[in-house]
Design a protein around this ligand. Structure first.
Ligand code: F6R
Length: 622
């Protein structure tokens, strides 16, 4: 949530700042702004409500010159999306400009104090408090002759003293009017990275703006502050002072974060799934032992064998993947699994037995609730592992170990390829734990073979695209949808309904198909389509009976069925045929047409697919 960029070096900063903000727009798009300092020493701020394009048009007219600058794209928390509330915010009467991601919980009391000291506020944001607070600390600093010789220590101390007064979360970058040769970046609870170039440095809230500029990055940890000049990077920890930093090499290229020939990131990512699933499985099978293997699990097979219960926690789509995982792990490994919303788990204080292992499931690795739930379980002494997509994310960093999804950058706000990768990794975990317990060698080999066929079957499922588009246009005017499935396809129903809600703003509900009789059936009429997930399996006949109940009430039915299922084809108004797979993999296949259905309905309704109303990627606030 909220995107941050910064640049210092020989280029015109504005070029990188705007390009970087475009790549970060998925993190928030209410308003945007940049600030630079020109070679003559003028601090210029340009900011506006609305999208980056609006800012870019403004900058075409009136550029912000300079080789140092900061930028921000906002997802509003305090105050509406207005020009005044857009970042950067100035401290004092323009001694500094600041961009911030996160929430400052004690901003009201700090604001009252600063107002008492004579500071004037021009926005409703919590961020402006930080800018003035740093200014007030700078005012108290004794002058130094040469700031560079002093390693910018007075600036570091002013920022650190201000940050020590904040309660809440921040990733921030400060641009000092009087010292244009340095930027200071700091984080606590909101991600921030520094890109290392040759005679230049880049700052960003995630790696996507850096692709094409540099492949060397430094991840800042909580309570670290970076003093960044064109030629030098110095990292200072709140408690430990100057610390050495590791430089990591980025594993993606600009093509991974660009749209290519697709109209939208969501569609691009839907079509990337055969590849993302191949990557999720690459090198992770042990054929001699008929099992899965994961380099990052960190616990020994003996420790993992003594695990008697799994607790899966996540939010949103990742929570739906966890529900799929519950079916997979129970059926393949016969392990009891509990799935809990991270936002509930963090405050619930449930009794957790000593033989329980927690998996935090997340695409971004930054979701505030998932992180807090993981920390709480870890604090109680339980091992915590992550299933996570973004390398170097906070959750990856803080977990005891884990499994990367390797899905590549997911830019579309509506999660698609991360979901199917999560389900695939959870199925592989089912195989792994199953082989530690009761699964035979031959059963293990059968499961591996099924998993290996998955990317091709997903490719075939994607061939339904034209048919799904036709169906989408037919139903695009409906105001309500029901999504119904049973067993492992119940979470898929929830996920299908969420996808539709998010990007088309149509009311949709997912239910276990039989549960529909206990209330939701009252919604069924000629204008309320029911999307049935009914591939062949042990509950097929039961779902068929549920379908009949809807038809008996004149409800239109769209059925996702296995290729060649004539019986369902006769009854449903529209069918989408997908390849048959084992039941524990069905959610991966049946979710593909649901992603496409949501996408095409949203396109037919003229919605902004990659920037849906009120949403943003990576929910780093509670
Ligand atoms: C839905 C969606 C969200 C996320 C949720 C958790 O399409 O993207 O529901 O799944 O915010 O995010 P991560 O997986 O990054 O923890």
């Amino acid at each position: 949530m909220c995107g941050i960029v910064g640049y210092i070096g020989p280029r015109e900063a504005e070029e990188f700042l705007v390009a970087g903000l475009r790549r970060l727009e998925y993190r928030g798009y209410d308003s945007a702004g940049v600030a630079t300092i020109s070679p003559e020493g003028a601090l210029t701020v340009a900011k506006t409500r609305g999208r980056i394009e609006r800012l870019a048009a403004q900058l075409e007219e009136t550029p912000t010159p300079g080789q140092v600058g900061i930028g921000h794209t906002r997802w509003a928390t305090h105050g509406q999306a207005t020009d005044e509330n857009a970042h950067p915010h100035l401290g004092g009467s323009g001694t500094l400009a600041l961009v911030h991601n996160g929430v400052i919980e004690n901003f009201q009391s700090l604001k009252r104090r600063l107002e008492g000291d004579g500071y004037q506020f021009h926005s409703e944001t919590d961020t402006e408090v930080i800018a003035h607070l740093i200014d007030s600390q700078l005012a108290g600093q004794s002058a130094v002759d040469d700031m560079a010789d002093a390693h910018y220590q007075p600036l570091v101390e002013a920022v650190q003293t201000a940050l020590a007064q904040l309660q809440g979360t921040y990733g921030l970058v400060v641009l000092f009017h009087q010292w244009p040769e340095v930027l200071i970046a700091a984080r606590s609870g909101s991600p921030l990275i520094v890109g290392v170039g040759s005679g230049e440095h880049f700052i960003a809230s995630d790696a996507s703006p850096l692709a094409g500029y540099t492949d060397k990055i430094v991840y800042l940890a909580d309570h670290e502050l970076a003093v960044v000049t064109a030629d030098n990077l110095r990292v200072v920890h709140r408690d430990e002072g100057h610390v050495t930093h590791d430089i990591h090499v980025l594993d993606f290229e600009s093509g991974d974060v660009d749209l290519g020939d697709y109209d939208h990131y969501m569609l691009k990512e839907i079509f990337e799934q055969p590849e993302s699933l191949t990557n999720a499985m690459r090198g992770r099978f042990d054929f001699d032992a008929a099992t899965a293997k994961f380099g990052g699990l960190t616990l020994s097979p003996q420790q993992l064998r003594s695990v008697q219960r799994l607790l899966l926690t996540a939010c949103g789509t990742s929570w739906h993947a966890a529900l799929v995982g519950e079916y997979q792990l129970e059926s393949l490994a016969r392990l009891p699994v509990e799935v809990e919303y991270a936002s509930e788990l963090r405050y619930r204080n449930p009794p957790i037995q000593s033989d329980t292992l927690l998996f935090a499931i997340t695409q971004s690795g930054e979701t505030a609730d998932t992180l807090a739930a993981m920390r709480e379980v870890k604090r109680k002494g339980h091992p915590v592992l992550a299933i996570n997509n973004v390398v170097g994310s906070t959750i990856a960093h803080e977990a005891d170990g884990g499994i990367y999804l390797r899905a590549g950058p997911e830019i579309g706000v509506a999660s698609t390829k991360a979901f199917t990768s999560q389900c695939t990794v959870l199925a592989m975990l089912g195989l792994y734990f199953g082989r530690l317990h009761h699964l035979s060698f031959s059963a293990g080999m059968r499961i591996i073979a099924e998993l290996q066929e998955l990317p091709d079957k997903v490719r075939r499922a994607l061939q339904t695209n034209d048919e799904v588009r036709r169906i989408a246009r037919k139903y695009a005017d409906c105001d309500n949808f029901l999504y119904l499935g049973r067993q492992a396809n119940f979470p898929t129903a929830l996920e299908g309904a969420l996808k539709l809600k998010e990007i088309s703003y149509i009311h949709a509900e997912g239910y276990p198909a039989a549960e529909m009789k206990h209330g939701p059936i009252a919604l069924v009429d000629r204008h309320t389509p029911s999307v049935f997930l009914m591939p062949q399996g042990h509950v097929y006949d039961k779902v068929m009976a549920n379908l009949q109940e809807i038809k008996a009430r004149n409800g239109p039915v769209i059925a996702v069925i296995c290729e060649g299922d004539m019986e369902a084809s006769k009854l449903a108004d529209d069918v989408i045929e997908v390849p048959a797979v084992e039941e524990f993999l069905q959610p991966i296949i049946t979710s593909i047409p649901l992603q496409l259905l949501a996408y095409h309905i949203a396109v037919a309704r003229g919605c902004d697919i990659d920037r849906p109303r009120n949403l943003a990627k990576s929910v780093t606030v509670e």
